[in-house]
Ligand binder design. Structure first.
Ligand SMILES: C=C(O[C@@H]1C=C(C(=O)O)C=C[C@H]1O)C(=O)O
Length: 189
C-alpha cells in the first residue's frame, strides 16, 4: 500500500484533563518513557516504516507548540511521518517536526535515522526534557482514521498524543496516533 506524504491533517490538541480521554487509554497516551520500548514489549518484532521525511509545511497548531517553548517561529522544518509496527501489524502513526537547526545538530543524527526509531536517538540524550502531553481525538473523517480503516478494516475515532522534546539546545515535536490494534481500544467498545 502506498501512503501519501504528508498524510496528517491539522487537529485540535488539548491538555488531557480538559478532554474526555478514557481512563483505559491513559496507560498508552500518558505513558512516560519511549513508546518504542513500550511497543517492543508487545511484540517479537518491532519495525518502523518511513512514509516520508523531508522539508514540508508545518501546521499552525505545531508552530504554537514551538512558540510556547520559546522557539522563534515560523521556521523551515523537516517533517517525518512513520508507521510503527508490532510483528508487522501497524500500531502507531507518528509525525515528528525537526526545525532545520535540530537537523544540523550532529549528535541528534536526525538526517540518518532511516527506519530505525527516532526514540533511540532522543532517549540516548542525557539532557533530554519532554513537555507535558497534549491529546487529540481524531474523528473517522481524519486522514489517519481513514488509513486505519484501510489497514485494519475498523472505522472509529483515534486517540493521539504529542509532546515537545528538548535536547542539545534543540526542540523536536513528536505526535503519535494510536491505531486500532493498540489494546485500550478493545476496552472502549
Ligand atoms: C519518540 C519516540 O520515537 C518513536 C519513533 C518515531 C520515529 O521513528 O519516527 C516517532 C515517534 C515515536 O513513537 C519514542 O520511541 O518514544
Amino acid at each position: 500500500m502506498t501512503i501519501r506524504f504528508p498524510l496528517a491533517q491539522p487537529s485540535h490538541w488539548q491538555r488531557p484533563e480538559v478532554t474526555d480521554l478514557p481512563a483505559a487509554a491513559e496507560s498508552w497516551l500518558l505513558a512516560e518513557g519511549s513508546l518504542t520500548q513500550k511497543l517492543k514489549l508487545h511484540s517479537q518484532h518491532f519495525s518502523v516504516h518511513v512514509i516520508g521525511q523531508q522539508t514540508a509545511p508545518v501546521f499552525e497548531s505545531e508552530f504554537d507548540m514551538f512558540r510556547r517553548h520559546h522557539k522563534r517561529v515560523p521556521f523551515e522544518a523537516v517533517v517525518r511521518e512513520v508507521i510503527l509496527s508490532c510483528d508487522d501489524t501497524p500500531w502507531v502513526f507518528a509525525r515528528s517536526i525537526f526545525p532545520l537547526s535540530a537537523v544540523n545538530q550532529k549528535n541528534l543524527n536526525l538526517s540518518n535515522i532511516g527506519s530505525t526509531s527516532l526514540g533511540q536517538s532522543l532517549f540516548d540524550q542525557t539532557d533530554l526534557l519532554r513537555s507535558p502531553f497534549e491529546v487529540s481525538k481524531l474523528d473517522i473523517n481524519n486522514s489517519i482514521a481513514k488509513l486505519n480503516k484501510k489497514l485494519h478494516e475498523k472505522s472509529h475515532p483515534l486517540w493521539g498524543r504529542r509532546s515537545l522534546f528538548q535536547t542539545s539546545g534543540q526542540q523536536v515535536l513528536v505526535s503519535e496516533v494510536f491505531l486500532s490494534p493498540v489494546p485500550f481500544y478493545q476496552e472502549l467498545s
